[in-house]
Design a protein. Structure first.
Length: 617
């Protein structure tokens, strides 16, 4: 079905907004809305590479257009437009400290050379129920695409890639789990070099930009390679009917499009964002009243805000394939301080927050989160959380963690662009499956530190890390796939472990890291470890040895009395850490092969106090 009217109409050439940005001239846009394919479009798309977009506009890719066609048995093989969103570092706000004052601040936020280089992240999202082919076309001035010079990540899945003229075609098989992939043109890459005065990176393209060098020297090592104009494709299965509230129900409040000043007076149980653009402003967010237990973002909705629940309902939901964007907030926006950039672990704004407790269940299926200003999700309690088909993009700031994985929770089919701790394994009886991770500069993929913990029965499988770019080796904020930070209250002490606590029965299988990667493990053990198993690890390569980023480290920790933390004290044979089928650059690492040491391919540097209590098979 073609839709060529209403919300889905494409933008024709429009007058320039006051920001000096442009709208992408597109005529006769058509979108699909049938039982095989659903795409959408924003008529207020604004192509703007450097400044905030207008409140009612949506930032649109400066480079890419994407069209989607069903294949296979479908009678309709026409190509339909799928809007390509774009996220830029700081959302074009600069280093603002206040949402109400345009003067720029000077505190560091994890963004370095990215605005000077032109780094941006584009993405498109559609719903499908059969195999599809996507048609990707770059803007004028780009070379015709060569399929042999395009990488689709994760590379663990093979796609049929062809080209014709200026367009690239990728066949995407249907999967009930959806597909989340990065399309990377090899003529559009940036190599991140260490050596910035801010501890981050240097660049050689903008003499007036941040950390400029006229040429790179031998100490400014390459630690990551990413697209300049990245493109993510999110192909999602149609959601089950119980995840779509009725827009016309008496229980549903349909939010009027435009500025939203408050939702605290809503008396219905469901808040529904229909297709369109909504904004709360940089000094406000969606504080939901106790009556509301369900927030739905319909496909094509774009909500500039953040969600706070205040319900005691046993089942709480966030559903739909729209976008929740933090682009109007300053970094670390502190609600208790007028949403100014003033970090508080208690009151800085999360995209998802509120008073949910362990007696409640939170279901989150479908949304895309853009430009989080701080940690993505923290509730006051520990609700059982079932998160699926979730996407986080535009996380250029440092303190942009992944979600808390609370006890008895399940996480599956997630894309994380993340600047901080990604998968927080702080709780027991959790399962994490099929994650694609794009990591920036701070903290590990799996984090289990910051305090002594009692954790058991953690399973994680099929984790694909497609990019990392750590600027230097670090053990406090571990440069690692699997990390454990020291105690948050004293990050230099090594005698503050709790020997009455234990992490046990942790099983991680099928962990792959592509490109330049950090170490496998980097632990500050604040408690005992038992039956910790990592099976099926593939690392493409480490950064140069001079950086130390690839070095796996387990430090010696004791309690206040000097008693050593135990690894394997209650494990079979006294072996608490088992690593199986570990490959670096295609070379299998094992004790038997004698290639595990710090100067060898495996780069393992584990304190001698724990020798005999870990193994690589």
């Amino acid at each position: 079905m073609r839709l060529t009217s209403g919300f889905f109409v494409g933008a024709l050439a429009l007058s320039l907004p006051s920001s000096g940005a442009t709208f992408l001239p597109r005529g006769a846009n058509s979108t699909a809305a049938n039982n095989k394919l659903q795409t959408w479009w924003h008529s207020s798309g604004e192509v703007n590479p450097s400044t905030p977009v207008l409140d009612g506009n949506v930032r649109q890719s400066r480079v890419y257009t994407v069209e989607v066609a069903t294949t296979g048995d479908s009678a309709d093989h026409s190509y339909y437009d799928s809007f390509v969103y774009e996220s830029i570092p700081r959302s074009g706000n600069g280093m603002r400290l206040s949402p109400t004052n345009d003067s720029l601040g000077g505190n560091v936020d994890g963004v370095s050379i990215e605005p000077d280089v032109g780094i941006n992240m584009a993405w498109t999202q559609f719903l499908y129920a059969s195999d599809v082919t996507i048609k990707i076309t770059r803007a004028k001035g780009y070379a015709q695409p060569d399929p042999s010079k395009v990488i689709v990540r994760p590379t663990t899945t093979s796609y049929d890639v062809t080209s014709k003229g200026q367009s690239l075609y990728i066949k995407i098989p249907y999967s009930s789990n959806g597909q989340k992939l990065s399309v990377e043109f090899q003529d559009d890459l940036w190599s991140y070099h260490t050596g910035g005065s801010d501890g981050l990176f240097v660049q050689n393209v903008d003499p007036n930009g941040h950390n400029y060098v006229s040429s790179y020297n031998s100490t400014e090592a390459i630690v990551g390679i990413e697209p300049i104009n990245s493109l993510l494709i999110f192909a999602s299965a149609f959601p089950p009917s119980d995840q779509i509230p009725s827009e016309s129900s008496n229980d549903t409040y349909v939010v009027p499009q435009g500025l939203v000043s408050t939702l605290q007076n809503v008396t219905r149980s469901t808040v529904y964002f229909a297709p369109g653009v909504y904004w709360f402003g940089g000094a406000n967010h969606a504080i939901l009243p106790p009556s509301v237990s369900w927030v739905h973002f319909a496909p094509g909705s774009y909500v500039k805000g953040a969600i706070e629940y205040n319900t005691t309902a046993p089942l709480v939901r966030a559903t739909g394939h729209g976008v929740l964007s933090g682009e109007q907030y300053v970094y670390q926006a502190n609600v208790a301080d007028g949403y100014n950039n003033n970090k508080s672990d208690a009151t800085s704004l999360r995209m998802w927050s509120g008073s949910l407790t362990a007696n409640q269940t939170w279901i989150c299926h479908g949304p895309t989160i853009n430009a989080p200003p701080f940690n993505t999700m923290d509730f006051n309690g520990e609700p059982v959380s079932h998160v699926s088909d979730y996407k986080q993009v535009g996380a250029f700031f440092w303190q942009t963690d992944g979600m808390e994985v609370y006890p008895n929770s399940t996480f599956s089919d997630i894309f994380y662009h993340v600047g901080d701790d990604c998968i927080k394994t702080y709780y027991s009886d959790v399962d994490v499956q099929r994650l694609v991770v794009w990591k920036t500069t701070n903290d590990p993929i799996f984090q289990m530190g910051w305090a002594p913990r009692n954790v058991t029965n953690v399973t994680a499988s099929d984790i694909s890390v497609i990019h990392t770019r750590y600027p230097s080796a670090n053990t406090v904020v571990p440069t690692a796939l699997i990390g454990a930070s020291p105690n948050y209250l004293n990050t230099t002490a090594t005698n503050n472990a709790n020997l009455f606590s234990r992490i046990a029965n942790f099983n991680l299988t099928n962990l792959r890291c592509e490109g330049l990667c950090p170490s496998l493990v980097r632990w500050n053990p604040l408690q005992n470890f038992d039956n910790f198993t990592v099976s099926g690890v593939s690392i493409d390569s480490f950064p140069p040895n001079s950086t130390g980023i690839g070095q796996s480290v387990i430090n010696k920790f004791t309690n206040a009395n000097g008693t050593l933390v135990s690894i394997g004290g209650e494990s079979p044979g006294g072996v608490g850490l088992t690593i199986r089928d570990y490959y670096v650059g295609g070379e299998k690492i094992s004790l038997a092969a004698n290639n595990w040491q710090s100067a060898q391919a495996g780069q393992m540097n584990i304190d001698a106090a724990y020798w005999g209590h870990w193994t690589i098979e």
